[in-house]
Design a protein around this ligand. Structure first.
Ligand code: G4P
Length: 525
């Protein structure tokens, strides 16, 4: 395989996640995107997954019950010469550390916002992770076919609440029942909203930004208002800045309606013009791995367990960072330096008729795993050692006390906990006072999966006692005095032996800070 071919293949890849608060329209927009990619049948499965009608026979029971499917974790399709990978970031109660870690494996993010609701909590959390990574973030203001907030308000919310510069690529002409179209300054045209009419229709703009020739919007006050606002933004708003967009300091903003399929293709076309192909990855050996390096490398960002006790396999999701994956290839697992043959692999072409045998940088492969992999593991080919930077840890918000139901089975209890924690399925803390175990998670599902797997894989029934949400804050061991601990700020140690407090609420944290003003408390991400 020549360099040129690899170069060509990599430059076609666009790998992103859609981040949003539940119900903003992520599923609807994903389906639209798959449709543009000619994936009709599979598009239905995205919806079905959500409604729980979709079950694949041999995936874990919990997944089936909830209708989550591994095949919808990564969706791949071709559009306009590009190969697009969409990585799912589950919302609702499926929200977990995996959701955050998935954002470590993408090159850009699309933020979908319900125009009636503005920025909601989950969007904000996910946004912050993308911002920390410095990846481009594109915004789609959805549900324009309904009455929503003023577009000006939505745009300034991005700046005020999220602290990111906004650059509107287009501007709505009305909304809800009086939605007429989009004033599209990027493409110098007006896109008409014509429900029930086949195809998209555009009115071109002249050099002054006015619609050329006679048209139905002339003299329409709704159009005039939109044009006026767009002119105001062009004069007084942010300048389009590709460098800022590349670093996630400015977000291009698009308006539309996923349900009415309005503005979605316009968004996708502009997104593909601007979104980056896979970039380089830094290693702990102080090297930058280029995606077109011929040597293969990648890292595990997610592990999904198969709950079937008869075959205790799992799937390790690997983001390819360089080179080309070939079925049956031998790679080195950096953590153990052992060689592993990648023969049992699943790929994520949404269109099942196409059986892709190779994947390149930017793509995701799923490795059937019998316990070799941990989250954050690097795999590579060649003699030179490659270790990608560690995946960040996220501050858990939900906590449970955990113990073995049967005191005679302590051994399997400890073994199970140790392995699941190592794998990254859940976080573990030990209290200073009694040495009791406390589990931490960012989403409720992590606890359920933990319990299920302890029972099925380690034959260990566990007792779990909810402690509700807490605020976890790490403290410098030098500053720690065990007497600082109380029932409202429980002192625990994490698996690195670092001390932290679990505060009952913000009030308790503030009280603590008032009492110990010199003590520095820190959160993870
Ligand atoms: P999510 O994945 O982000 O959770 O959201 P999803 O796409 O499932 O959309 C949530 C609800 O919002 C759905 O309605 C969906 O039809 C609706 N929706 C999505 N995009 C638009 C839009 O552009 N305009 C309008 N008016 N509605 C939109 P639902 O009633 O909850 O589900 P369903 O019965 O339609 O499946």
């Amino acid at each position: 395989m020549s360099d040129k071919k690899l170069n060509e293949d990599v430059s076609k890849r666009r790998t992103f996640a859609i981040i949003s608060h539940p119900d903003a329209g992520k599923t609807t927009i994903t389906e639209q995107l798959l449709l543009f990619g000619g994936i009709v049948r599979e598009a239905g499965t995205v919806k079905a997954r959500k409604s729980g009608n979709f079950a694949k026979s041999d995936w874990m029971e919990i997944e089936q019950k909830r209708g989550i499917s591994v095949t919808s974790s990564v969706m791949q399709f071709d559009y306009e010469g590009k190969r697009i990978n969409i990585l799912d970031t589950p919302g609702h109660e499926d929200f977990s550390e995996d959701t955050y870690r998935t954002l470590m494996a993408v090159d850009s993010a699309v933020m979908v916002i319900d125009a009636a609701k503005g920025i909601e909590p989950q969007t904000k959390k996910l946004f912050q992770i993308c911002k920390m990574r410095g990846i481009p973030i594109f915004t789609f203001m959805n549900k324009l076919d309904r009455d929503g907030r003023e577009p000006m308000e939505l745009v300034s919310q991005l700046e005020d609440v999220l602290g990111i510069e906004a650059y509107p690529m287009n501007w709505p002409i009305g909304s809800g029942r009086i939605l007429k179209g989009l004033y599209d300054r990027h493409n110098h045209r007006v896109e008409l909203f014509e429900p029930g009419v086949e195809g998209r229709h555009f009115l071109p703009l002249d050099d002054e930004g006015n619609i050329k020739g006679d048209n139905q919007l002339e003299g329409d006050s709704i159009y005039d208002d939109a044009k006026e606002e767009m002119d105001l933004i062009s004069e007084a708003g942010n300048e389009f800045d590709p460098d800022k967009i590349a670093n996630g300091d400015q977000t291009p903003v698009f308006f539309g309606s996923a349900l009415a399929n309005f503005g979605v293709q316009t968004f996708l076309d502009a997104y593909l013009e601007m979104a980056p192909a896979p970039g380089q990855h830094q290693t702990l050996q102080d090297k930058e791995i280029q995606p077109i390096d011929e040597k293969f490398s990648g890292f595990v960002f997610k592990i999904q367990a198969n709950m079937n006790p008869h075959h205790r396999d799992r799937i390790a999701f690997v983001r390819i960072c360089s080179g080309r994956f070939e079925k049956g290839m031998d790679v080195t697992l950096d953590r153990t330096k052992r060689d592993i043959r990648l023969s049992n692999v699943t790929e994520f072409m949404a269109n099942t008729r196409e059986n892709v045998k190779t994947a390149v940088a930017g793509d995701i492969i799923g490795l059937y795993d019998t316990g070799n992999f941990q989250i954050g593991d690097t795999i590579y080919t060649g003699k030179d050692e490659v270790t990608f930077e560690k995946l960040p840890q996220f501050t858990p918000e939900l906590f449970m006390r955990v113990s073995a139901k049967n005191v005679m089975k302590q051994k399997s209890f400890h073994k199970g906990i140790k392995q699941l924690v190592q794998e990254g399925a859940i976080q573990l803390y030990t209290t200073y006072s009694t040495g009791q175990y406390i589990l931490g998670a960012v989403g409720q599902l992590q606890f359920e999966v933990f319990k299920f797997r302890m029972q099925n894989e380690y034959n260990s029934d566990v007792l779990m006692e909810p402690m509700g949400s807490k605020i976890a804050r790490w403290i410098d061991p030098e500053q720690l005095d065990e007497k600082m601990s109380s029932s409202r700020n429980i002192l625990v140690r994490d698996t690195n032996d670092d001390p932290l407090f679990l505060f009952e609420n913000q009030f308790a944290e503030r009280w603590f800070k008032g009492k110990y003003p010199d003590v520095k408390l820190t959160a993870k991400l």
